[in-house]
Design a protein around this ligand. Sequence first.
Ligand code: ADP
Length: 325
Amino acid sequence: MTTAVKRIGVLTSGGDAPGMNAAVRAVVRTAAGMGIECVGIRRGYHGLISGDFVTLTGNDVSHILSEGGTMLYTARCEEFLTVEGRKKAVSMCKLLGIEAVVAIGGDGTFRGALELSRMGVPVVGIPATIDNDVGCSNYTIGFDTACNTAIECIDKLRDTMQSHERCSVVEVMGRHAGFLALYVGIAVGATAVLIPERELDFERDVVEPIRNARLKGNTHFMIVVAEGVGSAVDIGRQIHETIGLDPRVTVLGHIQRGGTPSARDRETASRMGYAAVKSLAEGNFNTVIGTHMGDLKALPIEEALQMTKHVQMDRYEVLEAMHVR
Ligand code: ADP
């Protein structure tokens, strides 16, 4: 089979997400099937600069499909933000015969990949972040698993909150976006969900939902707060000061990044990894593989980075409709 590249690198960068391993596996196995040699680059762009490479065969990625985290490790790399750092990375690629790089991560990772492509190393990006905040793709690897993890934790919290007739304030991740919070909030039947995309009106968004729930006979309340809104501890304090409840605050934190990837994340990661290598093999360089209405598309990376995606605010209507008794 004739392919546009004979040796490629694969790296994971930025925040980790369950399913990154599945994507690495798909890249390595697809490449192997096409006769393309695949090199794992450790610790994101750090490894590209320092030459922290390991040759990967199909066998080397056995048993990682079901594992959370990333076998290649991930990191944030300040040096890659500098031209000097990127020059070192390009030299390393040349020295070790890496003809193209598959970069698995979020928008930051793709901005780095774009710079790399401008310096002559072809790239392709695969969106993986639990925040789902990549504009060019409806879905990002890791989101589903993180939602399920958060839901499982909140269900457990609900059991004890119900027994004690308490108010619970739970902070979930999402960086500057509210995808995770709103999705999880609907899935757990939250009393209220606070996200950064909706300017906070404490009376409307917190006090009224609790009051209405109480009037309908509820004795426990679940408030889901996206980390982008601010501290759940502050929200809890404000609830105490305004309506006298004594909320228990839980910050779910990094637990949301771990765990065995869900079926959706494994399947999406496998398809994206396959599409990324196919794109490089066909000489379709400098793209990001995104999902659009369930299908995968390779979009030019510059265009992909300019795209924006918004939380569907009509989901609030669903949330509120579930409060009717
Ligand atoms: P994510 O990929 O999850 O959005 P970050 O925003 O932390 O994560 O980006 C990951 C890494 O990508 C950064 O540590 C840096 O090495 C690289 N990067 C981000 N933005 C740029 C940029 N504008 N130019 C070059 N490299 C970048």
